[in-house]
Ligand binder design. Structure first.
Ligand SMILES: [Zn+2]
Length: 123
């Protein structure tokens, strides 16, 4: 099982992530009009056996792009870093439940429980 240790969220199953691309690619400058250079950068890929740098997107987590160093033979991950550390520092702190929110959630679930009890449904 492939598990990725997201620097923001912690260890998560790879199904929460989406593979982006080979992280070792360097693209030509945008002003470069050489078709061959763009063709090679966009379409030609190595298929390395061993250590490979990859971009992964934590789609179902913090939504950060990560640089993952993965061995393509063993799937061992040797490092995971944020692709854009500055963006991560601007992440909002996790939302905390205030007393008001906690009370509303609590009374809503109590209402649902009493409806189920009235209908004879076990919850
Ligand atoms: Zn994450």
């Amino acid at each position: 099982m492939l598990r990725i240790d997201c620097p923001v969220c912690g260890i998560r199953d790879h199904s929460e992530f989406s593979y982006g691309e080979d992280a070792s690619i360097t693209y030509p400058e945008l002003s470069n009009t050489d078709r061959q250079a763009w063709y090679e950068a966009v379409f030609l890929r190595d298929n390395p056996r061993g250590l490979h740098l990859e971009r992964w997107h934590h789609v179902q987590g913090c939504r950060q792009w990560l640089i993952v160093a993965r061995d393509t033979l063993t799937h061992d991950i040797s490092s995971v870093t944020l692709a854009h550390p500055k963006a991560a520092s601007q992440l909002k702190a996790p939302r905390k439940l205030t007393k008001g929110n906690a009370g509303k959630a609590s009374s809503a679930s109590k209402t649902a429980m009493s409806k189920n009890a009235a209908n004879g449904v076990a919850s």
